[in-house]
Design a protein around this ligand. Structure first.
Ligand SMILES: Nc1ncnc2c1ncn2[C@@H]1O[C@H](COP(=O)(O)OP(=O)(O)OP(=O)(O)O)[C@@H](O)[C@H]1O
Ligand SMILES: [Mg+2]
Length: 380
């Protein structure tokens, strides 16, 4: 087992998003392994028309106290069961990473041919990586050439993921009977989905993508379809649930229910309405949520300001929300007011000619990363 993992890890070295050097399979199963749920997406083209063939939202049903081993075992179990129940024969799979064991850096190296980069990667990358270089798996993607101090440089995006995390993910896929073909970064997987949305109507300015899940909010900025900034913020759905638990003295299941039912109360009129209805619970919930969202907005502003300060031409034209928390009632409106840009919630399946009939619309945004992974074979 360990030997096999080493082999795979070797193969993963050196390509975009820690990806294998093997020829890309025609289809891949998109598997997004989150801290709250595993999301699975299978797409295939029928007579050239892309179709959603299978999907699964597989909650882990674990509390914050669950150990890494428990999470791994549960993710493997739900994934294996899903594959068996749906008779999925495709083994090739794509998954992605984010969180504090993954670092994405935009760097300039001395000008090199792509084939030469792999050889110097570890040495050149070391100053940019806050982890021990021996403990990380490196990947890169060449963005283009740039001039710096009169010298031609190769501009690239560097990804470093702790080996521990990479092998844990590979083991989940393998133990579920899958063959890991692509390992990506959550925010990069979104590119594929957003590429499908782009059209002549795209407003000016960059797109700010917020994938708000359970443990982490993936913040990224996309310019003309290419991600230019990636950052993870550790304020997310789980933080909201915890705040409701504390404020209302309820357990996690009840807090989850209250959070989804009430969300944020936006304005004075809505507050008054809630008071009239005698619903102090609504106000308690939304106050607890609002305090967390305030912290999130402060973090978002800081990151947006930093992005804008790096170039005089830079503007943010719109915000796209995805992840399970995107559906928090009134969140999109609230963020739009706070950030002063239009905010929309992404349906990663909107591009399909035949929308999936059995997938509840409210769940769609949670599939953005998994759908992006499943689309890997189209884009690259
Ligand atoms: N309608 C809803 N309103 C508010 N929150 C919701 C709603 N539906 C789901 N959520 C929240 O979304 C989160 C799960 O989303 P998602 O599946 O994107 O997370 P994840 O990918 O497992 O987490 P992560 O990537 O952060 O590890 C949970 O915190 C859940 O409470
Ligand atoms: Mg997630």
């Amino acid at each position: 087992m360990a030997q096999m993992l080493d082999k795979i890890k070797e193969r993963l070295q050196g390509l975009k998003g820690l990806t294998s050097a093997l020829a890309r399979p025609r289809h891949v199963l998109g598997v997004d392994i989150g801290s709250y749920a595993v999301k699975v997406v299978l797409m295939a083209a029928e007579k050239g028309i892309p179709m959603l063939k299978a999907w699964g939202y597989l909650p882990l049903g674990l509390g914050p106290e669950a150990s890494a081993e428990e999470r791994k075992a549960r993710a493997t179990d739900v994934l294996r069961a899903f594959i068996a129940e749906n008779g999925i024969g495709l083994k090739e799979s794509a998954t992605s990473l984010s969180g504090n064991s993954v670092i994405v850096r935009y760097v300039k190296f001395p000008r090199l041919a792509p084939s030469e980069i792999a050889a110097v990667l570890a040495t050149e990358a070391e100053p940019f990586i806050p982890f021990d270089i021996n403990e990380v798996q490196l990947g890169f993607h060449v963005l283009g050439e740039a001039m710096e101090e009169g010298q031609k440089k190769t501009e690239l995006v560097l990804v470093a993921a702790k080996k521990e995390l990479v092998s844990a993910r590979l083991e989940i896929l393998q133990n579920a009977g899958l063959n890991p073909a692509i390992i990506d970064v959550d925010s990069f997987a979104l590119e594929n989905v957003y590429e499908k949305r782009r059209g002549p109507a795209t407003p000016g300015g960059a797109i700010l993508c917020l994938n708000i899940g359970h443990s982490v909010t993936n913040f990224s900025v996309m310019e003309n379809g290419v991600t230019r900034v990636v950052r993870d913020i550790f304020i997310s759905g789980g933080t909201l649930t915890k705040a409701v638990m504390k404020a209302l003295q309820v357990d996690a299941a009840k807090a989850e229910e209250l959070k989804r039912a009430h969300g944020l109360v936006l304005d004075a009129a809505q507050t008054e309405q809630a008071l009239k209805a005698g619903s102090h619970e609504i106000l308690g919930v939304s106050q607890a949520l609002a305090a967390v969202i305030k912290d999130l907005v402060a973090e978002l502003r800081r990151s947006v300001d930093f992005y804008l300060s790096q170039g005089s031409e830079r503007t943010i034209g719109q915000v796209l929300l995805s992840g399970g928390t995107a559906k928090l009632p009134h969140l999109a409106e609230h963020l739009s007011v706070e950030l002063k840009v239009p905010v929309s919630i992404v349906d990663p399946f909107a591009f399909l000619q035949r929308p999936p009939a059995d997938l509840p619309a409210a769940m769609a945004p949670a599939f953005a990363v998994a759908a992006g992974l499943a689309l890997r074979r189209y884009g690259d």
